[in-house]
Design a protein around this ligand. Structure first.
Ligand code: SF4
Length: 252
């Protein structure tokens, strides 16, 4: 995977990766569209950050491929939200499904709720439903946009606005420095439709069986894979990508 980037474009990306520049998120999205024509993707999990990013990308919706990892186990509210955005903003989301044969084999052998049995089986489920589909969805793209933020977890605290994966693909995180308050301000200012689970104590929403509401004072990630110890709480989407990056790194 390599893009024919000009010297100025490469310099700009490297400066983002080194923390030497801090352009507005909207400007990063706009420039990425021009730098990666026909090759820019947006990974939309329909979390708040991804809604902000998707809204910023609306002027370029025909030039950015927005995709959703349809694990098959998303909450009904998330599917409703996808449909709402699809119709209201006329966005042709690519819905990326797990490999049917691999999923059928896994569920037939281990059962539909294998993730509760062991960390190994949970990771195997994430591999089949998220990681392999993500790898497949990104393969034709030279760059992708994510809604990752530094504040989301310790593992993301050193996140930069850009990272280069060893594959040569650029990962752009235009909201890396945003606070949760800024995210909510943007959502309310632009009256963006968002997942009603956020108003029911779910700050972070993933697959339905692996997400619960949190109590007052709990960490925002406490509701994800709540039965596991904290150090295991990444689905692997970005820890997987970390192995591929040349810069320090860290998903929905
Ligand atoms: S979050 Fe849960 S249901 Fe979703 S892919 Fe991972 S283990 Fe499977």
């Amino acid at each position: 995977m390599s893009e024919d980037l000009s010297f100025d474009a490469l310099r700009w990306l490297e400066q983002l990766a080194q923390g030497a520049l801090a352009p507005r998120a909207e400007d990063i999205v706009a420039r990425a569209v021009t730098l990666f024509p026909g090759s820019l993707a947006l990974a939309n999990s329909f979390g708040l950050e991804d809604l902000v990013l998707q809204h910023m990308a609306l002027p370029y919706k025909d030039r950015i491929q927005s995709f959703v990892l349809d694990t098959g186990r998303l909450p009904a509210e998330t599917y409703d939200l996808i449909e709402l955005w699809r119709l209201r903003f006329s966005i042709a989301f690519r819905m990326v499904s797990p490999d049917a044969a691999a999923l059928e084999d896994f569920v037939s052998r281990e059962g539909p709720n294998a993730f509760y049995q062991s960390l190994e089986l949970r990771k195997h489920c994430c591999e089949i439903r998220k990681i392999e589909p993500l790898t497949r969805a990104l393969s034709p793209h030279g760059a992708w946009l994510t809604g990752l933020r530094r504040e989301q977890s310790q593992a993301r605290s050193t996140l930069e606005l850009a990272e280069k994966e060893s594959s040569g693909r650029w990962k752009l995180n235009p909201l890396a420095h945003w606070s949760l308050e800024q995210i909510w301000d943007y959502v309310h200012t632009h009256q963006l439709p968002y997942n009603p689970l956020h108003d029911r104590g779910y700050p972070s929403i993933g697959c339905a069986p692996c997400t619960r509401a949190i109590e007052a004072g709990e960490d925002v990630r406490a509701g994800r894979w709540w039965w596991e110890r904290d150090q295991h709480k990444e689905c692997g989407l970005h820890t997987h990508a970390r192995k591929e990056t040349t810069h320090a790194y860290p998903s929905p």
